[in-house]
Design a protein around this ligand. Structure first.
Ligand SMILES: Cc1cc2nc3c(=O)[nH]c(=O)nc-3n(C[C@H](O)[C@H](O)[C@H](O)COP(=O)(O)O)c2cc1C
Length: 192
């Protein structure tokens, strides 16, 4: 198969579009983050990677807390808005209805179906463009209407997806059951 070299790029498909929440000078501020992910299960560690000049950074460093909110496709306009406007210039505290958990300084978004309240564990500074903030999830909230049999239901959550060329998507069709479909693997010679 012919391949074209694209240079050292990170085409990681797909990426989530999450909204990080912080308190800056006592007011909620929200920013969109695509560079985010899971680090380990227990304790539950997640990270967000943000440019050093973000207004959000001041809130994380001052309080040692932040939130990660999963918007659904229904919040696409607000998600994009907080991703193209900085708290350095505009007050984003009223874009969403907010609530707080036990950490008291990590504002979470009522409209987003999933919210993770995080305590800052480590800031990793590669002295490049971004700083990676690692948070321990101290509590996770899921909107009741997005549960099926008590568990989060991805179809009801309808999470917003981002692709690197600058488009938002919804999730697509289910392809197969994970940790399961591979059991039916047959190699090219037909042996199991
Ligand atoms: C879809 C999308 C994804 C983004 N992902 C990131 C990201 O991963 N890291 C980052 O530093 N900025 C990212 N941004 C840009 C910030 O959200 C944007 O600069 C925002 O205005 C920063 O807000 P603040 O200055 O109030 O913290 C993204 C923006 C959009 C629209």
């Amino acid at each position: 198969m012919a391949k074209k070299k694209m240079g050292p790029r990170h085409f990681m498909y797909p990426q989530p579009a999450i909204i990080a929440g912080t308190n800056v000078d006592g007011k909620p501020n929200f920013m969109t983050v695509a560079w985010t992910g899971v680090m380990q299960h227990s304790p539950a560690l997640i990270y967000i990677s943000i440019r050093r000049e973000r207004y959000t950074r001041a809130g994380i460093e001052a309080n040692g807390t932040f939130s990660v909110n999963i918007p659904s496709t229904r919040q696409v306009v607000e998600t994009d808005y907080v991703g193209i406007n900085s708290g350095h210039k505009v007050d984003k505290s009223k874009v969403f209805n907010t609530f707080y958990g036990s950490l008291e300084t990590a504002p979470m978004i009522e409209e987003c179906p999933v919210n993770m309240e995080c305590k800052l564990i480590k800031a990793i500074d590669f002295e490049g463009t971004h700083i990676v903030f690692v948070g321990e999830v101290v509590e996770t909230f899921v909107s009741e209407e997005c549960l099926t049999d008590g568990a989060p239901d991805v179809e009801k959550i309808d999470p917003l997806i981002f692709s690197t060329e600058g488009r938002y998507w919804g999730i697509g069709r289910m392809v197969a059951k994970a940790f399961n479909v591979g059991k039916g693997y047959e190699n090219k010679d037909g042996d199991k």
